[in-house]
Ligand binder design. Structure first.
Ligand code: UGA
Length: 440
């Protein structure tokens, strides 16, 4: 919404939320999320045509177009628990919109939703007794955290799904006109509502599938002394495959991939497409395997016991340039090591507060938080790089090595370090999908 407001001064954009704390934070320079470049964009438009408010009914009543971006987490209860999305926030929002509206409106689904959700929402919205007509559009978001501003300013595509009726097409045109203020027309793709909803889930499933594919190959590389970076380069040079999203890692994280794939699996199951469901489910199970495998490698390398050993985890965010730790592989690694009775020291340039909250239930004697990576490493038996922060490439690993217990281990869950140089410093180095470099 901030990018829309910054790019389109002729529109008035009001962002509303039920949380007073979040709205206050959006009104300050201490934004509630860390995203490079976001504060600059907010400052360009805030107070001019971008407003943050708690008065939800007033904002709904004034708006011609309403973007619904409420969360749709995986359901933790009842039918579909663990797979289906929890749509209670979406439904409450639809009812709030009906109550507060006095005239026709366009309602845009921004939240990632299961296919045919628009249909249900339309029924709620259009069952109003005031004679108001709501046109529902699907406009899924494809930005990635950490590069959100660039992704929004220069999107590969903007997707707008609508009904192919006269009113649906007219509503679609309103949204096309908004994006056309800065996105080239050929990048604004239109489709029917269901295709747009499904394209979002399928895009995330395809991206995650690439990571699970290369991660599965990384396990084979470790057994055969092939090098996954070399394999990935060789595969990616095929222009039909492409090079991006083929970086082997400790496993993908983030709030979207797992949730969206499980959502796709649930939809397939509900249509009786069990083989299709199993196919996509395997993308998630390979990812779980990769995370478990990483911990197994650590424990096994360190003489099959990490009990009471101090282990420094470099990075807890699910990727660099974000403070987000949702579904981060680092959390699973931390929990498994704690189960093994290790003392885990978590370091991260931005995500420590979230890491602390996520691990609040872990025994305080077994999990420590340390902003400075050198302090985290002091006295540790091992370092494990779990987030690809640029700063971790530039650390003085010799100094760290000297402050550590010996033999000192380094597990590079992101393959971002110079493994030969680290081996020369004295580390026993365990990359992903490459032969380990051991001094014994
Ligand atoms: C993902 C999609 O990339 C976006 O297009 C989508 O809009 C978004 O989900 C969403 O649905 O909201 P995001 O989760 O922010 O974006 O981050 P990604 O860059 O996709 O990374 C996801 C995870 O995969 C991270 O843990 C990352 O480290 C990992 N990854 C990524 C790899 O392990 N290897 C790779 O080659 C690429």
């Amino acid at each position: 919404m901030s990018v829309i407001a910054a790019r389109c001064p002729q529109y008035e954009v009001t962002v509303v939320d039920v949380s007073a704390d979040r709205i206050r934070a959006w009104q300050s320079d201490d934004l509630p999320i860390y995203e490079p470049g976001l504060l600059d964009v907010v400052r360009q438009a805030r107070g001019r045509n971008l407003f943050f408010s708690m008065d939800i009914p007033a904002a709904i009543d004034r708006a011609e177009v309403i973007f619904v971006s409420v969360n749709t987490p995986t359901k933790t209860f009842g039918e579909g628990a663990g797979k289906a999305p929890d749509l209670q926030y979406w439904e409450k929002t639809a009812r709030t919109i009906v109550e507060a509206s006095q005239r026709n409106k366009i309602v845009v689904e921004k939240s990632t939703l299961p296919v045919r959700t628009a249909h249900a929402m339309e029924r709620i919205l259009n069952s109003n007794r005031k004679g108001i007509r709501f046109e529902v559009l699907s406009n899924p978001e494809f930005l990635s955290e950490g590069t959100a501003i660039r992704d929004l300013e220069h999107p590969d595509r903007v997707l707008i799904g609508s009904h192919e009726t006269a009113t649906g097409l007219a509503a679609r045109e309103v949204l096309v006109e908004i994006y056309a203020n800065w996105v080239p027309r050929e990048r604004i793709v239109t489709s029917n509502v269901w295709s747009a909803e499904l394209s979002k889930l399928a895009s995330n499933a395809f991206l995650a599938q690439r990571i699970s594919s290369i991660n599965s190959i990384s396990a084979l590389c470790e057994r055969t002394t092939a090098d996954v970076t070399e394999v990935s380069r060789a595969i990616g040079l095929d222009s039909r495959i492409g090079r991006r999203f083929l970086e082997a890692s400790v496993g993908f994280g983030g709030s979207c991939f797992k949730k969206d794939i499980l959502n796709l699996v649930y939809i397939c199951e509900s249509y009786g497409l069990d083989d299709v469901a199993r196919y996509w489910e395997s993308v998630v199970s390979v990812n779980e395997y990769q995370k478990r495998r990483f911990v197994h490698t650590m424990v096994h390398a360190m003489f099959d016991t990490v009990a009471d050993k101090r282990i420094a985890l470099l990075g807890c965010a699910f990727k660099k340039d974000t403070a987000d730790t949702r579904e981060s592989a680092a959390l699973l690694v931390a929990r498994k090591l704690i189960e093994e009775r290790a003392v885990v020291v978590i370091s991260d340039p931005k995500a420590l507060a979230n890491a602390r909250a996520e691990l609040a239930d872990a025994p305080a004697s077994r999990v420590l938080f340390e902003a400075d990576p050198y302090d985290a490493a002091r006295g540790a038996h091992a370092l494990a790089v779990l987030t690809e922060w640029d700063a971790y490439r530039a650390l003085d690993y010799r100094t760290m090595f000297e402050s550590m217990e010996k033999p000192a281990f380094l597990f590079d869950g992101r393959n971002i370090l110079d493994h030969k140089a680290l081996y020369a410093v004295g580390f026993n180095v365990f990359p992903i999908g490459k032969p380990a470099l051991k001094h014994f």
